[in-house]
Design a protein around this ligand. Structure first.
Ligand code: IMP
Ligand code: ZN
Length: 358
């Protein structure tokens, strides 16, 4: 593949920035930028523990900026540090506002944010107020029509006890009805080395029957075929990562056949998977495999703060790695609209917007 000149690289960078984009896999607390983390830490009274947390965060950022790889377990160590800074309603509001604005600045026109609702008795934060706070910020941002439309998915964190998962599903059902279309679905995420998913399946099926859309992290790591198949049989409306689905990647024929038959879109997060070492290189990423089969794929960031990336950068990497042309990038972005969890009227108006930007 011929390498691009500096001028061509600049042109590609500008094109990826300029095209309208859809972001469907963004964890709120993983998407917080360094600037916002600094703003959030300034709100907290200083203490040795906070200083040490910030030093750990700074070290992490440096590793990430150098694209140094870590294990998925290492990656999960960073989240508790971020969560410590986002432990009251005001911090949740600041984080939501800033993350939406940063995606808007990256020319993301439609965003689905996901987050697991947290409680903190010492600040008065409850799971309910966490959800209300995120929804209030989303509503305000949608109302201001600053070029981006946002929807919300509640995440079920795999490490919380089953009764808490039940509470999250109940809250999702309630806000699905009362949030005027803002809360559209559920995500299953968190450390894949925890929890027996057979306990969670009935909750997911219940949510699906209640009209909630499901985006499930599955086949994110090797040797999870049995649980991934169980999750695929629910079935989800979109798959998070899906790295180890097809046999050549360590999955099974049965999984691949199911995903093909149901045409379940796959949310692909190139940099996240490379840094957390679930793929060896960009060129070996499963994005290419599914794209070549004409299977629905969506380029996403996962945790733009934690992995120091943005969606334009993910498009640029895809173009460079898989030799995609501008028309291919535009098509991938445009087709992503098909897989959003919002209603048909929203899809139609986004498609019109894409045509104007062409
Ligand atoms: P939050 O739900 O807004 O707090 O976003 C951060 C959380 O997202 C983390 O604590 C994880 O549970 C989850 N998360 C972020 N990235 C990944 C991933 O790649 N796989 C599984 N879970 C993830
Ligand atoms: Zn994720």
């Amino acid at each position: 593949m011929p390498s691009r000149s500096q001028t061509e690289k600049k042109k590609l960078h500008d094109f990826c920035m300029k095209i309208p984009k859809v972001e469907l896999h963004a964890h709120l607390n993983g998407s917080i930028s360094t600037d916002t983390l600094q703003k959030l830490s300034a709100r907290k009274s200083s203490s040795d523990e906070k200083a040490s947390d910030l030093a750990k965060l700074a070290k992490w950022k440096k590793l990430t900026e150098n694209r140094e790889q870590r294990s998925l377990e290492d990656c999960f160590e960073i989240f508790p540090l971020v969560h410590k800074l986002v432990d009251d309603a005001e911090a949740v509001a600041i984080a939501t506002r800033d993350v939406i604005q940063e995606f808007a600045a990256d020319n993301v026109k439609y965003l689905e944010l996901r987050s697991s609702p947290k409680e903190n008795p010492s600040t008065g934060l409850t799971r309910r107020t966490y959800i209300e706070t995120v929804l209030k910020e989303i509503k305000q941002s949608n109302y201001e029509s600053n070029g981006i439309l946002t929807r919300f998915l509640l995440s079920i964190d795999r490490k919380v006890p089953l009764p808490v998962m039940g509470e999250v599903v109940k809250l999702a059902e309630e806000f699905h009805t009362s949030s005027e279309g803002l809360l559209v679905g559920l995500d299953l995420s968190g450390d894949p080395f925890t929890t027996n998913v057979s306990d969670i399946i009935p909750l997911l099926s219940r949510a699906k029957n209640a009209g909630l859309k499901l985006a499930l992290h599955l086949a994110e790591t090797d040797d999870r075929s049995a649980e991934s198949l169980m999750l695929l049989q629910v079935p989800p409306d979109r798959i998070g990562h899906g790295t180890f689905i097809h046999p050549a990647a360590g999955g099974t024929d049965e999984m691949e056949e199911l995903v093909n038959r149901l045409k379940i879109p796959i949310e692909c997060c190139l940099t996240s998977n490379l840094i957390s070492r679930t793929v060896k290189s960009y060129s070996e990423h499963h994005f290419k495999y599914w794209l070549n089969k004409n299977h629905p794929v969506v380029l996403c960031t996962d945790d733009k703060g934690v992995f120091s990336t943005n969606l334009s950068e993910e498009y640029r990497i895809a173009a460079e790695t898989y030799n995609l042309q501008n028309d291919d990038l535009w098509r991938i972005s445009n087709e992503s609209i098909n897989y959003i969890f919002a209603d048909d009227a929203t899809k139609t108006s986004l498609r019109d917007e894409w045509q104007i930007c062409r």
